[in-house]
Write a protein that binds this ligand. Structure first.
Ligand SMILES: [Zn+2]
Length: 221
């Protein structure tokens, strides 16, 4: 199951992207050295590929959520009117509103797991990170929470306010397209052993597993 992306070998790694600004503790950029543990997986999201894939996924998410919204709102026709105010609102949502809510949802789930989240923006990505280690399923919960929570909240909002379906659709589609890195990381968790401790690296993660203790094994035999 070894693949180039999960190799802990540093020489094969792409350069660590710079962080432009951060709120709270700065992110870890490299796997920590923890006594009794060894590095099993070091994963980095390929940011350029992820951003391109995110843009390409927009029409797919749009069709998917329009289909659900049409069922929920019982409306089959939508009108999208391009005006200057709607363009400005749309731009603000893409650049500020949706990323803020998205990262906040990551942060809330990290808090619930006992970690202390911090936030920031780097070259080509916004991130939520924390210095504490979490288990594999906890890490998956943090990663997938914004896609799941915001999508379901959006569908519920369409049911309550069908007259705002277009705006809500816009938010859930932009959020889903922006979750491509989260989906990537969750997909890469399949190479992580279940007993691993995961450390977030802002643009990826490191999974450390307990070293086998030969003396203990010998003593038991
Ligand atoms: Zn995310």
């Amino acid at each position: 199951m070894t693949s180039e992306g999960s190799s802990p070998d540093r020489k094969e790694r792409s350069p660590i992207p710079p962080i432009w600004f951060s709120i709270g503790d700065p992110p870890r950029r490299e796997p920590p050295v923890v006594p009794g543990y060894r590095l099993a997986v070091w994963e980095q999201v390929p940011l350029v590929r992820a951003n391109v894939l995110g843009c390409l996924s927009l029409p797919v998410w749009f069709i998917f959520f329009s289909w659900i919204a049409a069922m929920v709102s019982r409306r089959s026709e939508y009108t999208i009117v391009f005006t200057l105010p709607s363009f400005v609102v749309g731009l603000l949502l893409v650049v500020v509103g949706v990323p803020l809510v998205h990262e906040a949802v990551h942060g809330i789930v990290a808090l619930l797991l006992g970690a202390r989240p911090s936030f920031g923006v780097g070259a080509g990505f916004a991130y939520t990170t924390f210095r504490e280690s979490v288990g594999r399923s906890g890490y998956a919960a943090v990663a997938l929470a914004p896609l799941i929570v915001i999508s379901f909240a959006g569908i519920a909002a369409v049911a309550v306010w069908p007259e705002h379906t277009e705006l809500i659709l816009f938010v859930v589609v932009v959020n889903a397209a922006g979750a491509i890195g989260d989906l990537w990381m969750t997909w890469r968790l399949r190479d992580v052993p279940p007993n691993a401790r995961l450390y977030d690296l802002a643009d990826g993660f490191a999974a450390l597993v307990p070293e086998e203790a030969p003396s203990q094994v010998g003593a038991e035999a």
